[in-house]
Write a protein that binds this ligand. Structure first.
Ligand code: NAD
Length: 501
């Protein structure tokens, strides 16, 4: 189905909600089911406060059933022993089904977490399908190794699926980030239990049905919605879960490491928070482009992006001129109804998060920073969780708004005097996810890229990339990498087989 007008999207979504067509049950062992307890919780549209569905409130009992189904499917070999070619074809079929259901997936994503429908439809859903297809296509083109041993030995080094993978995901790109885990985990032959965020479970629940239709065998892909302290914790502590693949906050990431230590030392892979520096030197070849990138790099997806360029470091000699350009470029982002295809900034994920973001803005002002743009709740502040794009100047790197991840549309501008100071400020953070620098000096670009302690460094762009490059963090931004063939390292064990000839 093609793209729609505002009125058509409204009518389409209205029908989904009023006809109670939104699935909120868990998907375990090939079918939908209520939580064992019979409990559910409200799924709320953050743009207007409306309850749009009921989500199964799963707990330890449901985790037990899902992990057991995943374990049995893994041990039976029904998926892992399929040839890579069959797994490839199944995942390619899943990607095609996602594309065929682009409209419904996009509508669910926007209704659930508030992002603009134009992005859900044109970016998130096709991007997610692309991830599944990419990993499917790759898996029958990877060879194992033969070690260079002495002549009377044959030693092979093979990759094997790790077993039962529990994927725990956040709410900011619910479908896409789930696919970053599911794609390589399933391609490698694992069985998966996915726990989506309690704030955005709908697309994961829908995806489970598509995976089944594509031919993923029962028990191989399960979705267990619910809260972190129940479902997430039960997965983290479960003795039959071999691997935790997580995206979310650094606080939760730390807890998952503890769960692994308290249970079976399951592998723990963490994509966590960021407080990313975007550094602009006076010799930047195109300040207008840099300003537009600084704005979109911070305000895209309502600022709910782990690699958002929330610390804008500007060389002092161009500070005032450049800040003016960034402020102007940022006016492009206007909070609006997420179902309007013209909207480029939607609602934050919920009212509670809106309150947190507004609290940070207050702390910024109390701490002595100057508001250069925004700073308020926007639109229907009673019902919807909207916040204006907000820019603070006069920030120093010790202020709370420069140190803590706000995860909303708030930028802190920090001046610097020279290269050394720029790098010192950029690296003075607990995080290490992304960093960018803008300069026309090739030698400076290479030299400083090496010094930046971050998993991704962008030169004269912000957050560009595709499936061919790995993504992940240094320091407390996590470990392991999503995307690219490196993602397989998370979901496979290396086995050495030493054969005496
Ligand atoms: P969160 O840590 O609150 O929740 C993430 C997931 O963990 C959710 O499914 C949640 O239910 C679960 N969880 C919470 N407590 C748990 C517990 N005790 N045990 C097990 N599971 C638990 O994060 P969020 O608010 O959903 O997402 C925002 C965070 O995600 C930000 O910090 C952001 O930077 C980060 N993020 C990182 C990346 C990346 O690739 N590095 C990408 C997107 C988002």
């Amino acid at each position: 189905m093609s793209d729609k007008t505002y009125a058509q999207w409204q009518a389409y979504c209205q029908a989904l909600v009023s006809q109670q067509r939104i699935e909120g049950r868990a998907f375990i062992n090939g079918g939908y089911r209520q939580a064992q307890s019979g409990r559910s919780f409200d799924c709320i549209n953050p743009a207007n406060g409306e309850v749009i569905a009921q989500i199964a409130e799963c707990d330890e009992a449901d985790v037990e059933i899902a992990v057991s189904a995943a374990r049995q499917s893994f041990e039976s070999g029904v998926w892992r022993n399929q040839s890579p070619k069959v797994r490839k074809e199944t995942l390619i079929k899943l990607a095609a089904l996602m594309e065929a259901n682009q409209t419904e997936l996009a509508a669910l994503e926007t209704l659930d977490m508030g992002k603009p429908i134009s992005e859900s439809f044109h970016v998130d859903v096709p991007g997610s399908a692309d991830v599944i297809r990419w990993h499917g296509e790759a898996i029958d083109k990877i060879y194992d190794e033969v070690a260079p041993t002495q002549d009377d030995v044959l030693a092979t080094i093979t990759r094997e699926p790790i077993g039962v993978v529990a994927a725990i995901t956040p709410w900011n790109f619910p479908l896409w980030l789930a696919c970053w885990k599911i794609g390589p985990a399933l391609a490698a032959g694992n069985s998966v239990v996915l726990k989506p965020s309690e704030k955005s479970s709908l697309t994961a629940i829908f995806l489970a049905r598509l995976a089944s239709e594509a031919g993923i065998p029962d028990g191989v892909f399960n979705v267990v919605p619910g809260f972190g302290h129940t479902v997430g914790k039960a997965l983290g502590l479960h003795m039959q879960v071999d691997c935790l693949a997580f995206t979310g906050s650094t606080r939760t990431a730390r807890t998952l490491l503890e769960y692994a230590g308290q249970s079976n030392m399951k592998r723990v892979w963490l994509e966590a928070g960021g407080k990313n520096p975007n550094i602009v030197f006076a010799d930047c070849p195109d300040l207008d482009k840099a300003a537009r990138s600084a704005a979109s790099g911070c305000f895209y997806n309502q600022g709910e992006v782990c690699v958002a360029g929330t610390r804008l470091l500007v060389e002092r000699s161009i500070h005032d001129e450049f800040v003016q350009k960034v402020v102007e470029a940022s006016r492009y982002f206007k909070p609006g109804d997420p179902l309007d295809p013209a909207t480029n900034m939607g609602a934050l994920v919920d009212k509670q998060h809106q309150g947190n973001v507004l609290q940070y803005i207050q702390w910024g002002q109390q701490g002595g920073a100057t508001l250069a743009l925004g700073g308020e709740a926007a639109l229907d502040a009673d019902k919807g969780a909207f916040v204006e794009p907000t820019i603070f100047t006069g920030v120093n790197n010790q202020m709370r708004i420069a140190r803590e991840e706000i995860f909303g549309p708030v930028m802190a501008v920090i001046p610097f005097d020279d290269e050394q100071q720029a790098i010192q400020i950029a690296n003075d953070t607990d995080y290490g996810l992304g960093a960018a620098l803008w300069t026309g000096n090739l030698s400076r670009a290479h030299k400083l890229a090496k010094q930046l302690r971050a998993g991704s460094v962008w030169i004269n762009n912000y957050n560009d990339g595709d499936m061919t490059v790995p993504f992940g963090g240094f320091k407390q931004s996590g470990n392991g990498r999503d995307k690219s063939l490196h993602a397989l390292d998370k979901y496979t064990e290396l086995k050495t087989t030493w054969i005496q000839l």
